[in-house]
Every structure is written in C-alpha cells, then in structure tokens.
Design a protein around this ligand. Structure first.
Ligand code: KG4
Ligand code: ZN
Length: 334
C-alpha cells in the first residue's frame, strides 16, 4: 500500500509548529518554535504579540520541517490545519499558510480540531483502539470523552469553570512561578509534601469538573498565611494542590471507565505531561485492567505532529475543507 504523508500545522496559541507524519503514526519531523520566553515578561500570552511572532516564524519553521524530513511539497498527500479553538489571530497565521500551500500545490486541506490533535498524539504510542475513554486536560479544556470510533466524540463531562491547565498556571503565579507555571509547579511539588488541607472540588456522581473553587482556596490560604506572618511552604502548597487535582481527575476517570467498560484510556493535552497524573493513570490502568496510553512528553503540549496524525485519520475518512475555511476561537470537538 502506498504511504501517506501529511503536513500538520499548529499555531493556536504560543507555539508555531509544523510536522510531517507518515501513515498517521511515524513522525518524520516536528519543528516547534516556542514563544514562552517572550510572553514570560507579561505573565501570560499576549494575543497580539503571539500573532506577530507566528508571522515571523512560520516560514522558517516550514523550511526546517522539510529539511529535517528530507522531503519536498511534492511528497505531501494533504495539509492538516488546526483551525480552532484557540487565539483567533494566532490561528489565522497557520490557516493562511495552510491554505496558501494547498492552493499553490493543489493538495487537499484537512480541518483538524485542536483537541482532536491532542487525542491523536496518542497514536505515536499505539493506534487508538475503540471504544476508548479520553481524559482531556489542557490549558483550555478539561473533559472526559468517549470514542466508539475515529472522530466519534461523545462528551461525558467537562469543567464547569476553569480548565485544569489554567488553574495550574494561576496557582503557580500565586506561588511566584513564571508563566507557564504548570510544569514548574509540577516539578516543585515533588520536593514537598501534601500538608495543607484543600477542598476536593465537585466530588459528586457526574463526570463534570470544577477547579475555580480550588484555585480560590489556594489563593486565600496563601493570603491568610502571609497575613498571619507565617512562612508559606511553597513546595508543600504545590504538593497539596497537585494531590487534590490529580485525585479529582482520577476519581472521575475511574467512574467513567467502570460505567462505559472501556478497555483503553488515553490522556491528552498539555497537562498530560504532569508526572503525578501520568503515574496515577498508569496505576488506575493496572487496578482496572485497562490499557493506558499517554503521549511522550514532546507530544503532550502543542505541536504539529499531533495535528498531522489526526489529519491522517481525517484524510482517510474523506474529511476535506475548501479555501473558505475560517479559524474558530471556540469550537465543539468534532
Ligand atoms: O495543550 P496545551 O499545550 O495548550 C492548550 O491547548 O491549552 O496545554 C498547556 C497547559 C498549560 O496550562 C501548562 O501549564 C500545562 O498545560 N502543563 C502542565 C504541565 N505541562 C504543561 N500542567 C501541569 N503539569 C505539567 N507538567
Ligand atoms: Zn493544546
């Protein structure tokens, strides 16, 4: 059978990334140009600056991607683009690049939902086997999704307020860590113990999550301790926060696995890089005799390879977009 080469483009937030993936599972090159150092000066992503940086970087990233894969546009079967959700100005830069290439080289354009990309990052570990349960944990999303087939997404539950990554970043900022605080808070927590008592959010029988109360509890605790003149043990506060978050995610995931009888659990999105979550998910898999896939660290946060992999399966299903495709800042998973 002829091999299929997909070019994947991702520019939804502060990473400009382009990748070439063979047959959905073999990554030939994955170039990521991160803007973190620039946005750190502002404590978070500044959308206007992000768009401008994407414009500056995208052609360089594209050239480097082909160089590393040792391929040319003629070898590419289709162009997959993460058209949303995300920052509209950032998304537009990747989308215009994708449309230009599709038009110039007469290649099919494949629309990919950003979160579908995160889900398919797991294809680099093992092809998805259905039915599966996906725990989605990113800067903008926290969801439990049942998949009975490729691109069939049944949302079981989601966050009612903050996404888990957003909560990590806010708590990290309170503790005094720079943007994006999630990975640093994760690291810091390993040096502490969960000595502070924090509320377990939305401990109910639904598959929904809520993290804003927990975030406020950490902010208030930090404030109260400071007012009393007590020294805040940052490592212990990080460990206490992280423990509650992971316990909450795992508890609802366990319930969903038992209720749906899925035998494959995948974790998707930037927070899947979290060390305690990775460990706890693997333990849960052992306990329930469920196979667990978690992307390698380089495919956890935003990257073009995940878009190319999702693009491959979408291409095989016959999904196509025309040149009127627009970016979407908000979009249901599809
Ligand atoms: O998926 P992603 O790269 O972008 C979105 O689609 O939102 O996720 C980024 C989020 C950020 O909030 C970041 O702090 C968080 O993922 N994150 C982590 C870790 N690595 C990244 N959160 C907790 N622990 C980590 N190790
Ligand atoms: Zn993402």
């Amino acid at each position: 059978m002829k091999d299929t080469y997909i070019l994947g483009i991702e520019s939804s937030c502060d990473e400009t990334s382009i990748s070439i993936v063979k047959n959905g599972v073999e990554c030939l090159s994955n170039i990521v140009s991160s803007q973190i150092a620039i946005h750190q000066n502002y404590g978070g992503v500044v959308p206007e600056i992000a768009s401008r940086e994407h414009i500056k970087n995208i052609t360089v990233v594209l050239e480097e991607c082909f160089k590393q894969a040792n391929l040319t546009m003629n070898d590419i079967d289709a162009i997959a683009i993460a058209y949303g959700p995300g920052l509209i100005g950032s998304l537009l830069v990747g989308l215009e690049a994708a449309k230009t290439l599709a038009y110039l080289y007469q290649k099919p354009l494949i629309p990919v939902h950003h979160i579908a990309g995160h889900i398919y990052a797991n294809s680099f570990v093992k092809p998805l086997s259905f039915p599966l349960l996906a725990l989605i944990v990113s800067g903008g999303h926290t969801e439990l999704v049942l998949m009975r087939d490729h691109f069939s997404f049944e949302k079981l539950g989601s966050t009612l307020d903050d996404a888990v990554g957003e909560c990590y970043d806010k708590v990290a900022r309170v503790i005094g860590l720079p943007y994006p605080g999630g990975p640093l808070l994760d690291k810091m927590s390993l040096e502490g113990e969960a000595t502070y008592s924090l509320p377990h959010p939305l401990d109910d029988s639904t598959y929904n999550f809520s993290f804003s109360g927990l975030k406020s509890a950490v902010i208030n605790l930090n404030h109260q301790l400071k007012q009393k003149g007590e020294v805040v043990n940052k490592e212990n506060l990080a460990a206490s926060f992280q423990k509650v978050v992971v316990e909450t995610l795992i508890k609802k995931t366990k319930k969903a696995l038992l209720d749906t009888n899925c035998k494959h659990l995948i974790i998707a999105g930037g927070v899947s890089a979290n060390q305690i979550l990775r460990k706890s998910a693997l333990e849960l898999g052992k306990e329930l005799n469920v196979e667990v896939s978690i992307p390698p660290l380089k495919y956890c946060t935003d990257n073009g390879a995940m878009v190319a992999s999702a693009g491959y399966y979408a291409y095989k299903l016959g999904r196509r977009a025309d040149l009127y495709l627009n970016s979407k800042s908000q979009e249901e998973l599809k």
